[in-house]
Design a protein around this ligand. Structure first.
Ligand code: ZN
Length: 197
């Protein structure tokens, strides 16, 4: 459970990162924090990459269909333009944004905005994904959420790709990805290799 920092009297901004594998509840956690801020009459805006159109063009939709309105954008600089007079900014699927996102988030935080970023920390090869590693370095608060490995019941940290596609970005859901713990993730690759040989 993430506990928001206490209000100290002087309003300043900060960066929160919610990261983890696919099906770990990142978007649900982002929506939970944003809804709480909205209940407190804070102005809220959510951005997501325009390329992620899996569910709905204008809304951030988590896997349990708990949704919230969002603005699809092409690049991270557009966030600065659209963020005037907004108290809390949410950025979903942040791994798909350009590297400039880190600088954009820092500018917003300095100007007094609470910035909540959600995204995959690793791609399907287990490598740090897009701007997420840099954001983890500069964030004030980090929450790593986990899925459950369907093979052994341990906490899942990796996104295992079930299909044979090799591009880093292949949009998909349960048809293409499975959350796995470290051991089942590695075992899957060894088994795949044996099948292909
Ligand atoms: Zn496992």
């Amino acid at each position: 459970m993430f506990l928001e920092p206490g209000f100290t009297g002087q309003r300043s901004g900060w960066i929160e990162v919610i990261c983890g594998s696919m099906f770990s509840g990142k978007t649900e956690e982002l929506i939970r924090r944003l809804k709480r801020a909205r209940i407190a009459n804070q102005t809220v805006q959510i951005f997501k990459p325009a390329k992620d159109k899996r569910y709905d063009e204008m809304r951030v939709v988590s896997h349990d269909e708990n949704s919230i309105d969002s603005l699809p954008i092409e690049n991270s600089r557009e966030i600065i333009v659209s963020a005037q007079n907004i108290n809390v900014i949410g950025i979903d699927e942040a791994q798909f944004f350009d590297e400039e996102l880190t600088e954009v988030c820092q500018k917003l935080a300095v100007s007094g905005t609470r910035v909540i970023v959600a995204g995959l920390d690793m791609d399907f090869r287990g490598r740090p994904f897009g701007p997420i590693p840099n954001l983890l370095a500069v964030a004030e608060y980090i929450t790593k959420v986990h899925a459950i490995c369907p093979h052994c019941g341990n906490l899942a940290t990796h996104s295992y790709r079930l299909s044979q596609e090799q591009d880093t970005v292949v949009l998909g859901e349960k048809d293409k990805y499975e959350p796995r713990c470290r051991v089942c993730y590695e075992m899957g690759h060894i088994l795949d290799l044996r099948i292909r040989l």
